[in-house]
Structures are given as structure tokens and as C-alpha cells.
Ligand binder design. Structure first.
Ligand SMILES: [Zn+2]
Length: 366
């Protein structure tokens, strides 16, 4: 099997089935080939790997694959496929920072769509249901580039039988559409409703709008999935428990139906959704490493560090091992009560500010 076929197989086979050891065996040969291709097709990748004096064929383990800091996507054109792009994804640039620019080829886009569908089906089944997007349609408008928020809505919309947006756009502002939301719950509250939104938008806009309008719903089978933006909530001292409890209360569901996902625009196609045990798992075509803050060596179970996401989906950028600015911790491997195999981890926090890594700098954490 060539590399493309191996990747297709990893996407289409039942997810979360490999033990930690099996994953090492399945993923490493593919990543070696991908690294060679990225090396040939992008001068920045070439110069990076040349500096590391890396013999790609002799990389002994997944942990030995050099991690690429996410910041590199801000400063360099890391396109590694020669053909035309399907789209470019941008990271949401907060506080005036340069956004990351992620080039997406048609092949990468196709794999991301299939991969996300495989993950979502594993967690929620294939049944389509009423879908409340806690956002405005502007976040999901096809332009030259779409944001992480738009990409998430688009990906999860495979679960939608009917999609309703909770907000409208008015001159670039999000305005709550009370009537539409009331109508949605009036028609669907007895059903298995799926709601999705950006964590901070849900807390600061949606929750506030419900409170202001004195709205409460009773939707016991509603599942609310949310991601991103914990930094701002931590600043307001809103914990995951408070978040889940508050939203479950307002919507008439249970706190355990409020599920956090972790994802990043650099690794679109992969979302890490809480399992019933509250853990996050890597699907077949991805792996998670936790790296030591200072040495960047792989950390063991129970040692927090930077989250590194290894991802086999992209051919148009080097996504095989991206070192994030996020902090997480591996809790175990192969024995999660939910039955999914491989490592499982928790997301701890996002660094407030990151500087050059591995230089012994002190970082401020939130
Ligand atoms: Zn689990």
C-alpha cells in the first residue's frame, strides 16, 4: 500500500482501536514518508530539518519526530504541495497578533472532512438531529479563508437535520435572535438536539442573552459541544464545572451532556472530544505527545507539558508533529473506561504568552 492508501485506511477503519504500541508501528512509517515529501517541497522545512541534521529514514520513534512550533505558520509559507489550494485557514488572531496561515489542498480538505466525520460518528453516531449553531452565519461564510469557528460548524454540520443559528450579523456585531431560538426549542425540545459553539461566545453572548431575556428551556436530551477560548473564561474564574452546570441549567439538560472539545486550526479535521470519562483520545490518524517545558523531551503519564499533535491528514503543510502553546497531561493509555484505546489526555490551559521555546525562558501560564 502506498502512503495515500494507508492514510485512507486509517481514516475509514473503526476509530480509537490501536493500542499505544500499535499506533507507533502504524504511524511512524507514514510520517517518515511525509517528512521526506515536505522536505523536498518546501525550502523552510528543508532548512529546518537540515539544521537538525535529521536522518529521516532512521527516526526511531514517534517521540523522535521533531516538533514544529505552531508559530512557524505565522512567519513562513509552509505550503508543501505543488498544486492549487482549495482554501487557506487562518487562526483567529487575538490582540493584533499575526494570524497563522494554513494552506489546504483539495486532498487535505477531503481527508479532513472524512476524518472529522469518522470522529463525530464515533462519539455521537450517524443520526441527524436538530442543530443549534451558537454563532452567527458570518462565521461559516465561504470566502478565501474561513476561521476555526466556521470550520468546526461546517464539520459538525454532518449531524444536522436542520441547522439554526442563534445569532444574526448586524454591522459586524452578533445579535441574539430570541424568536428563532424560542421557536427552535418549541419544536425540538423533546428530541436529541445537538448544539455547538465557541466556548467564549456561549458564555459571554449566549448565556448572557438567555439571562437578559429570562429564557429557560427544557431539553433533557440536548448535547452541547463547545471548544476554544478557555483563556478568557479562566480570567473570569469560570471553571469547566461552572460552565457545564450553568449551561445545562439554562437549557434543561445535564452537565455531563456538555462536552468540551479541543482542536486547533492547524489540525483541522481532528477534534478531541471528551469521552464519558472526561478524557480526550487521539483517533487512528493522529497521536498526542506531551513535551517537557524546557527540554521538549516526551513527558510520561501525569507530567504536564506542551501538547503536541501528530496528524497524518495534511499533504499541503507539515502537520505531522505540531507543538502547540497549550498545556496538557497524559492520564493513561489503553485502559480508559470508555473503551477507546491508545493514550488519553486532558487539556489544562493555554499559555498566555509564548516566547521562543526550549531556551530556558520562564513562561507565564494562565
Ligand atoms: Zn475515554
Amino acid at each position: 500500500m502506498n502512503i495515500d492508501q494507508q492514510i485512507d485506511q486509517l481514516i475509514s477503519e473503526p476509530q480509537y482501536q490501536f493500542t499505544d504500541a500499535e499506533k507507533e508501528k502504524r504511524l511512524l512509517p507514514v510520517i517518515r514518508e511525509q517528512l521526506k515529501s515536505h522536505y523536498r517541497n518546501n525550502r523552510h522545512v528543508k532548512s529546518w530539518l537540515d539544521k537538525l541534521a535529521l536522518d529521516i529514514d532512521r527516526i526511531p520513534s514517534l517521540a523522535a519526530v521533531p516538533p514544529l512550533p505552531t508559530q512557524m505558520f505565522k512567519y513562513f509559507d509552509l505550503q508543501t504541495s505543488p498544486g492549487e489550494l482549495q482554501r487557506i485557514l487562518y487562526s483567529s488572531s487575538t490582540s493584533g497578533q499575526t494570524p497563522s496561515r494554513i494552506p489546504i489542498s483539495p486532498l487535505t480538505a477531503q481527508r479532513q472532512t472524512k476524518a472529522l466525520a469518522a470522529i463525530i460518528k464515533n462519539h455521537f453516531g450517524a443520526k441527524r438531529r436538530p442543530f443549534l449553531a451558537i454563532d452567527s452565519p458570518a462565521s461559516n461564510r465561504e470566502a478565501r479563508g474561513i476561521t476555526a469557528r466556521g470550520a468546526a460548524i461546517r464539520g459538525f454540520s454532518i449531524l444536522a437535520r436542520e441547522m439554526v443559528y442563534a445569532f444574526d450579523d448586524h454591522d459586524g456585531r452578533m445579535v441574539f435572535n430570541e424568536e428563532r431560538v424560542r421557536d427552535f426549542f418549541r419544536r425540538h425540545q423533546a428530541e436529541e438536539v445537538f448544539a455547538l459553539g465557541f466556548t467564549f461566545v456561549i458564555w459571554s453572548e449566549f448565556r448572557k442573552a438567555l439571562l437578559d431575556a429570562n429564557l429557560r428551556f427544557h431539553c433533557p436530551n440536548l448535547v452541547l459541544v463547545h471548544g476554544g477560548g478557555w483563556k478568557k473564561l479562566r480570567a473570569q474564574s469560570v471553571s469547566k464545572e461552572v460552565f457545564s452546570g450553568t449551561l445545562a441549567g439554562l437549557l434543561g439538560s445535564r452537565p455531563e451532556n456538555v462536552l468540551d472539545y479541543y482542536g486547533m486550526v492547524e489540525q483541522t479535521g481532528i477534534v478531541f472530544i471528551d469521552c464519558v470519562a472526561g478524557h480526550k483520545h487521539a483517533p487512528n490518524f493522529a497521536e498526542v505527545k506531551i513535551r517537557n517545558y524546557l527540554t521538549l523531551e516526551e513527558n510520561g503519564i501525569g507530567q504536564p507539558g506542551y501538547i503536541e499533535i501528530m496528524n497524518l491528514l495534511p499533504d499541503s503543510y507539515p502537520g505531522m508533529s505540531i507543538l502547540t502553546e497549550d498545556v496538557g497531561e497524559i492520564l493513561g493509555a489503553d485502559d480508559c473506561p470508555c473503551g477507546r484505546k491508545g493514550k488519553y489526555f486532558v487539556f489544562r490551559s493555554r499559555l498566555e504568552k509564548s516566547e521562543a521555546r526550549g531556551c530556558g525562558d520562564t513562561f507565564r501560564e494562565n
